[in-house]
Ligand binder design. Structure first.
Ligand code: HEM
Length: 393
């Protein structure tokens, strides 16, 4: 048994620029490694991450030092066992298959159509700002039941909460802004709780407000965690799927010639495998133990790098290539175990079966803009920062 190796020569700037070559090196040389720049032990192999995520008794999600709990309150995302299961069961009702198909999809279709109608005549757009960001925010307002705010504010609040969750430098200005935004969210939420108690519906807020098992504090924390985490992933997955297709013309031709539900499903799964919107999330070590020959200590913080797991050469050849014809589709971009993404079915429909196919179908000759390159960035959260495109009328 060895102590956790330290890898000193990795910088945050390099991780943010392009983490994938670094992950490939870590998977090979030090798959469980203390990376001082990230202030966490990074775990980079598929099998190890799957083991950790499916053994919450050794690797709980709860962490008393969690910045997420400080920023958003104690949501189910940082709970374990029965406490977690009870809260998740309440929210689950909003996102079962029948509710998504029958209730959410018609609403999402309206949002997607109206957004495309708004810019279709221009023949040029940045699909990140003109489509994916408003689409993700407007869809989340619906599913949360927070329709008394505007989508730009929701995006801004989401970013503020995420900045606070990543505030390892303890910047007081970030905490001040988080306080301000938390009060705005609580005010909007209080108003909607009244409305949803009088007229229940399938939204997350209605399910929680009418459950009788959740306190106001629990509702507030879960709403904030969903605002913090429910916008950037569908936004980034949409842009990555489009980028993957538009930069691989033979794959674009294939989906244009044989569009089908399974085909669009492959596009979506490959997009989030190729560039996982949530690249890394934390778990805590519950007691001193050995993991794959490495000694871990109680309360060590592990960063599960699912973005790396999704490129693990044990399961994928040339993982850095976007390829919708791959055989294996079981990835870890939605996590696994008890905290498997609650929104995975919603995201598959909203992004994979609706947004991406609608853009391809309604914007003839859609292509990357040769004068403005698409940019990617980030590692804890990673995705396209812009997606300039052109099309014909
Ligand atoms: C492509 C889109 C998405 C991706 C890649 C994604 C990814 C993930 C991942 C990796 C986790 C696990 C985090 C952890 O264990 O710490 C997670 C959890 C979660 N996600 Fe998603 N997500 C997506 C979309 C959504 C959407 C649209 C919603 C809401 C409508 C949502 C709601 C949640 C919630 C509530 C959890 C916490 C589940 C729990 O703790 O039991 N996600 N997501």
């Amino acid at each position: 048994m060895t102590t956790v190796p330290t890898i000193n020569d990795i910088t945050l700037a390099e991780l943010s620029e392009n983490p994938y070559p670094i992950y490939a090196r870590l998977r090979k040389q030090a798959p469980i490694a203390w990376v001082p720049a990230a202030n966490i032990i990074l775990v980079t192999r598929f099998d190890t991450i799957k083991y950790i995520d499916t053994h919450p008794e050794f690797f709980p999600a709860f962490n008393p030092q969690s910045l997420q709990i400080r920023a958003m309150g104690h949501s189910m995302m940082r709970k374990d066992g029965e406490d977690h299961r009870l809260e998740r069961a309440v929210l689950q009702k909003s996102v079962n298959s029948d509710t998504i198909q029958g209730y959410w999809m018609p609403r999402f279709e309206r949002i997607v159509d109206e957004l495309i109608d708004g810019f279709r005549d221009k023949c040029e757009a940045d699909l990140f700002t003109d489509f994916a960001a408003p689409m993700a925010s407007l869809c989340l307002m619906e599913i949360l039941g927070l329709t008394n705010v505007n989508w730009q504010d929701l995006c801004d609040w989401s970013q503020t909460l995420m900045d606070a969750v990543g505030n390892y430098g303890d910047d007081p200005q970030i905490w001040a802004r988080q306080q301000q935004v938390s009060s705005l969210i609580d005010k909007a939420l209080d108003q909607m709780i009244e409305i949803k108690r009088a007229t229940p519906d399938p939204t997350f807020i209605s399910q929680m407000a009418n459950s009788e098992t959740l306190s106001l504090e629990q509702i507030r924390a879960n709403v904030k965690v969903i605002i913090g985490g429910g916008i950037n992933e569908p936004r980034d997955a949409t842009c990555t799927a489009l980028y993957g297709l538009l930069s691989n013309p033979e794959q674009l031709s294939l989906v244009r010639e044989q569009p089908s539900e399974p085909m669009w499903g492959k596009v979506f799964e490959e997009a989030i495998r190729y560039c996982a919107p949530i690249g890394m999330y934390p778990r805590r070590v519950a007691k001193d133990m050995e993991l794959e020959g490495v000694a871990l200590k109680r309360n060590d913080q592990l960063g599960l790098v699912v973005a790396s797991a999704c490129h693990d050469e044990k399961y994928w050849d040339h993982g850095d290539r976007f390829d919708i014809n791959r055989k294996r589709c079981t990835h870890l971009a939605f996590g696994t175990g008890p905290h498997l993404c609650l929104g995975f079915r919603t995201a598959r429909m909203q992004v994979g079966q609706l947004s991406v196919p609608s853009l391809i179908a309604r914007l003839p000759g859609l292509r990357l803009n040769p004068e403005k390159a698409a940019r990617f960035g980030g590692w804890v959260f990673r995705g396209p920062l812009s997606l300039p495109v052109k099309w014909n009328l």
